[in-house]
Design a protein around this ligand. Structure first.
Ligand code: PLP
Length: 738
């Protein structure tokens, strides 16, 4: 467990807090009141952060649980308090309402807002069936299973109560303007997840709306069950509306007064439509729908834009929601469609509404998630080019640094205070400190042992279950008899790759020519473990085929390399597995087609642990790569043209980019096996050069500048300090030109 900082709490009862919406646990009452007041000040100086998914599993970063354990508090004289302690110490560890990088980024961002004391609340949905559970069978590939979980027992998650009906859950009414005069009313219960700062002196509430309740219409209940449910376009469109349309009613019901609404991706952009409708009503009166002219709509949109900050996360088309206009006329009223006609049009596709285009047009700031992505986004949206800026993503360092690494940093004088200020890594002279280097090496070895043990345990379980289930273990090694090389050994060079399986991420790139790969290893006598994980969206058949290819390559790679190469697939990728992987491998592989990985964050998690990246020059790596210092680059790095943005198989550059990888690999292996001290310096360089930049404290601080919030002087000073660590939008950098 990560040692805790001093927290000024003398008894568990002090962590009980309450307001008219219920009794909660996790911060002292004065902290709770302070935060709630900051969110509800009448002048509206807070932020609503709207995201389709939030990844913040309580086993990953959990100051309250760590604190209770450190204190040894298992129960209390107060019954309610004991119930909460119990939930915190033993509750389920997952909140499966995320699918990948977008959600994990949201969770990390909110944790940094809490650590920085920024008045923000988040809005998302509570999916009773989560995303999906992944089973993997060697013959079938990925099998999607429904997932069950229990919000009731999940630590840090509380159902809000109705102040006027004691004992009843708060039920929010969200109007859907299907019919003009008779809007459908969807009902939702509201859950609050508290993202609590490390010192338990601030929190960011996340409100998760549960629409799958009996009082909602069946189509709403169904659309709210699973994240990115895509059984039909209508269901998909409705799920988006359920996110965006609840923001204003929720804030009103809770008495919160956000001036700024931050759209984390365009999924929740329906809130913009609602802001425009309200503004029209304010200007023209109740019969605005008959009176409004084009100019009125544009003026109302301009007013609404003042409240919106929008982050776009991907240049990939599948990430930009488009819906047929005919579909929308069926689920929305004519006034809504008139607004969309004006603001959500797409010249390339006149029969559709393009919600990325809508979000792009109506806002006061647009941010992309890296410098390269900024330039690509400007090309994709030339009308908005001048306002598109970069705020490069980050990760929450306290979530992603492994316990073993954290112990080393805690015991290093020069890094004193690193938990509060990841910028400190930039100033510490660690590279010549033999004691530090030794500790760092030992911690890396420990994390590699933990990872290897995890994999071996999994392989063992597969083997023992083989007779009992109809699942054929996804790993070739599981089929080998004990002793025939059926386990992994720690200390063997380990390459990790884990992320969503989408075709542009090219998980199978390095296996494009297995013969070449096997020859490289044989020539150097190098053993290598390849560890892969990740889920493909249930409807993404090409993504599933890539996953299946990884499974299919295992035996051939093993045989042709005479057992030097072992490729293992780890099912059920989630945040906990991500941390074990990014800290336990020797290098983190990233092989997308440039420039389709707008940022990528798993590589930053590796860098936080001092693990060098082996990556295509895409996303954050363009900024994090320092030649010869932080890792390696391979693959195409020329200018971006029309083909670059295509996902057509013929444009994916497999042959060129895999050849470039094969040229590089022997250099990496040679350094690891022959010059371990040099290899360790890569680790130190990552800590020094990349930790101060690719963390969410710095990123959140850059966003706070865009929010234009008046902050108290102490918070302001911290924000300025973090924002000064890096200028994402630096103009010194330009994308290579043709
Ligand atoms: C960090 C993370 C991701 C995102 O990884 P990318 O490299 O950005 O694709 C996805 N899933 C999980 C569980 C993660 O922790």
């Amino acid at each position: 467990m990560i040692p805790q900082k001093t927290v000024n709490v003398a008894s568990a009862e002090e962590l009980l807090c309450a307001n008219r919406f219920g009794v909660f646990f996790g911060v002292p009452q004065p902290v709770f009141d302070h935060v709630w007041q900051a969110l509800s000040r009448p002048e509206g100086k807070s932020v609503a952060y709207v995201s389709m998914e939030i990844g913040a599993d309580p086993d990953m970063f959990h100051p309250v649980q760590d604190f209770l354990r450190a204190q040894g508090w298992k129960k209390s004289g107060d019954e309610t308090c004991t119930r909460f302690i119990d939930k915190y110490l033993r509750g389920p560890r997952k909140i499966p309402v995320y699918s990948g990088g977008l959600g994990v980024l949201a969770g990390d961002t909110l944790k940094s807002f809490a650590d920085l004391h920024i008045p923000v609340f988040a809005v998302s949905l509570l999916y009773r069936e989560g995303y999906f559970s992944q089973l993997v069978d060697s013959r079938v590939g990925q099998i999607d299973q429904a997932m069950q979980w229990s919000p009731e027992n999940t630590p840090t998650l509380f159902q809000l109560q109705d102040p006027d009906r004691p004992g009843q859950p708060l039920e929010l009414t969200v109007p859907f303007f299907n019919e003009y005069d008779h809007p459908t009313e969807a009902k939702a219960h509201v859950w609050m997840k508290m993202e609590i700062s490390e010192e338990m002196d601030y929190f960011v509430p996340e409100f998760l709306l549960d629409y799958s309740i009996p009082s909602s219409p069946p189509w709403v209940r169904e659309a709210g069950l699973r994240l990115y449910s895509a059984k039909s376009d209508i269901m998909k469109a409705n799920q988006r509306r359920m996110l965006g349309s609840c923001v204003l009613p929720l804030a009103e019901r809770l008495g919160l007064s956000p001036q700024t609404i931050h759209l984390n991706e365009q999924h929740g952009v329906a809130v913009t439509l609602h802001l425009i409708l309200r503004e029209l009503e304010k200007r023209l009166g109740q019969d605005y729908h008959v009176k409004m002219a084009r100019e009125d709509i544009l003026a109302a949109a301009q007013e609404a834009a003042e409240r919106i900050v929008y982050t776009i996360h991907t240049p990939v088309k599948a990430g930009h929601d488009r819906f047929a206009r005919s579909l929308y006329t069926g689920i929305s009223h004519a006034t809504g469609c008139r607004i969309l006609d004006l603001l959500a049009g797409d010249p390339d596709s006149p029969h559709e509404y393009n919600f990325t285009a809508f979000a792009m047009r109506v806002n006061r700031a647009v941010n992309s998630v890296s410098r390269l992505h900024r330039d690509v986004t400007r090309k994709q949206f030339p009308e908005s080019a001048s306002k598109i800026r970069a705020v490069t993503n980050g990760v929450h360092h306290l979530t992603w640094i492994s316990p073993a690494r954290a112990r080393v940093f805690d015991s290093t004088d020069e890094l004193l205070g690193w938990r509060d200020d990841p910028g400190l890594f930039g100033e510490a002279a660690m590279e010549n400190d033999p004691a530090f280097l030794k500790q760092l090496r030992l911690a890396w070895e420990e994390d590699n042992r933990i990872l290897t043990a995890y994999v071996n345990r999994m392989l063992g379980e597969h083997r023992s279950r083989m007779e009992e289930t109809w699942i054929d273990p996804p790993n070739y090694l599981s089929h080998l008899k004990q002793g025939e090389g059926s386990l992994l050994s720690p200390g063997v060079f380990t390459i990790g790759f884990a992320r969503r399986f989408s075709t542009y991420k090219r998980a199978d790139l390095i296996f494009d020519n297995i013969g070449t790969l096997a020859d490289i290893l044989a020539k150097g006598g190098w053993r290598v473990n390849f560890l892969f994980a990740g889920k493909a969206h249930p409807q993404d058949e090409p993504g599933k085929s890539v996953l299946k290819l990884i499974l299919d390559n295992q035996e051939e790679l093993y045989q042709r390399s005479n057992g030097l190469a072992r490729l293992v697939f780890l099912p059920g990728y989630d945040m906990a597995l991500a941390r074990i992987m990014v800290s336990g491998v020797h290098t983190w592989l990233n092989s997308p087609k440039r420039p389709l990985e707008a940022s990528g964050t798993s590589g930053m998690k590796a860098a936080m642990n001092g693990v060098p990246n082996l990556s295509v020059m895409d996303g954050w790596w363009v900024e994090g790569y320092h030649e010869g210092q932080t890792g390696w680059k391979f693959g195409y790095e020329g200018p971006i043209n029309a083909d670059s943005l295509s996902e057509d198989p013929s444009t994916l550059l497999y042959a060129e980019d895999s050849r470039s990888f094969y040229e590089l690999l022997p250099k990496v292996l040679d350094m690891f096996y022959s010059r371990p001290d040099e290899y360790l310096q890569l680790s130190v360089n990552n800590l020094r050069l990349n930790v101060p930049i690719f963390n969410t404290h710095r990123m959140a601080a850059e966003y706070v500048r865009k929010y234009e919030l008046p902050l108290d002087p102490k918070t302001e000073a911290r924000v300025v300090g973090f924002a000064n660590l890096y200028k994402s939008d630096s103009c010194d950098w330009t994308e290579p030109q043709a």
